[in-house]
Write a protein that binds this ligand. Structure first.
Ligand code: PHE
Length: 360
């Protein structure tokens, strides 16, 4: 049975040499597939004499069984090798120390905005927004600031360039967050309770002024809102924000075109030993402007001043952030000095809350 011995030698060798599953399958088809060499040989059995078949039959069957077993063994070996290779390449040392990743911090201004938003939200104020590039109508006219009014100059306004022949209304970088009062009134009508934190711009630069800074506007309008509620709201806010039991606020008569009467508000503090303490001492620090919304302003916002009245305030966010966190120089806020940011920044786990400041 030379032919069978030849087939056996040939296929066992090919099986042993098959480098991968595809090659092995090619060998299997050549040997045992429908038109495979061994299969064809088995089909020839039918044409043999009984005697021939008696010898060739068992020999062919044995060959088929052997080749089949060799195929299976080789397949298993190839799979084992593949798994081994994968385990080796994907090996991971779980005892290695983690790779350090530089961690950012929350900027004190962002932190303070989150804090005051949480505190005012607890008092029922929603957040309103407006654009930083405003028409002069929203920034001035609607707020009862006449074109020749000196406060247009006082505010050191940045005007946007207009090409000759451009008839669009003049636009400015908003000089305060007060235009958001008008936008909120137009959008919601009365009653209304909103705060509007955001960026504002004035041409000014020294240790306590930067050309861009932050304010939070407050606006509450209802049928019987009074100055007393303004005072309570601001005191409640300061207690929560500065995390002290008692604060003392001083209302100084002042003037803003968009409020009547108007008051600037100072907070009692002390500077003993170069350390700022809120709520005690003999010094006063101005933190905001406020007043009862002027009837002209209500009307500009589409609200009838015979039916509704309210208070408004505008507070310097950078100022109260400096006070709360003992940051001496305003300009440092915007210099993006990493050492400063790491020192004064907050981790993202520092959640602002109203409860933190209220010990009642
Ligand atoms: N807009 C004023 C300012 O920027 C602050 C203010 C807001 C005063 C609302 C009264 C009422 O100085």
């Amino acid at each position: 049975m030379d032919a069978i011995a030849t087939l056996r030698g040939k296929y066992l060798e090919q099986i042993g040499a098959a480098p991968d599953a595809d090659a092995l399958e090619t060998v299997r088809l050549a040997a045992l597939g429908k038109k495979g060499e061994i299969s064809l040989k088995m089909r020839e059995l039918g044409q043999m004499s009984a005697e021939e078949r008696l010898i060739a039959g068992p020999a062919l069957n044995a060959l088929k069984t052997e080749v089949d077993a060799a195929l299976k063994a080789r397949k298993a070996a190839l799979e084992d090798a593949a798994l081994d290779a994968r385990l080796k390449s994907e090996w991971l040392d779980v005892t290695l120390p983690g790779r350090p990743r530089p961690m950012g911090t929350i900027h004190p201004i962002s932190q303070v905005m989150d804090e005051l938003t949480a505190i005012f939200a607890d008092m029922g104020f929603a957040v309103a927004e407006g654009p930083q590039i405003e028409s002069d109508w929203y920034n001035f006219d609607a707020l009862n600031i006449a074109p020749e009014h000196p406060s247009r100059q006082e505010m050191d306004t940045f005007y946007l360039h207009r090409a000759a022949g451009d008839n669009r209304p003049p636009h400015v970088l908003r000089t305060h967050t007060s235009p958001v009062q008008i936008r909120a009134m137009q959008a919601q009508g009365a009653p209304i309770r909103v705060i509007a934190p955001g960026r504002v711009y004035r041409m000014d630069m020294d240790q306590t002024h930067t050309p861009m800074f932050h304010q939070v506007e407050g606006l509450a309008i209802d049928r019987d809102i009074s100055m007393a509620q303004l005072k309570w709201t601001l005191e409640e806010f300061c207690r929560a924000f500065f995390e002290v039991d008692e604060v003392e606020l001083r209302f100084r008569a002042s003037h803003f075109p968009f409020t009547e009467p108007s008051a600037e508000v100072d907070i009692r503090c002390s500077w003993e030993g170069g350390q700022l303490k809120i709520g005690e001492g003999k010094d006063w620090l101005e933190i905001l402007g406020s007043g009862m919304v002027h009837p002209h302003v209500l009307r500009a916002g589409g609200i009838n001043p015979d039916e509704w009245q309210g208070f408004a305030f505008g507070m310097g966010i950078d100022r109260i952030a400096m006070l709360k966190y003992g940051i001496p120089d305003l300009r440092a806020f915007f210099e993006s000095d990493l050492r400063w940011l790491r020192h004064y920044g907050f981790t993202s786990l520092d959640q602002p809350s109203l409860a933190a400041g209220l010990s009642r």
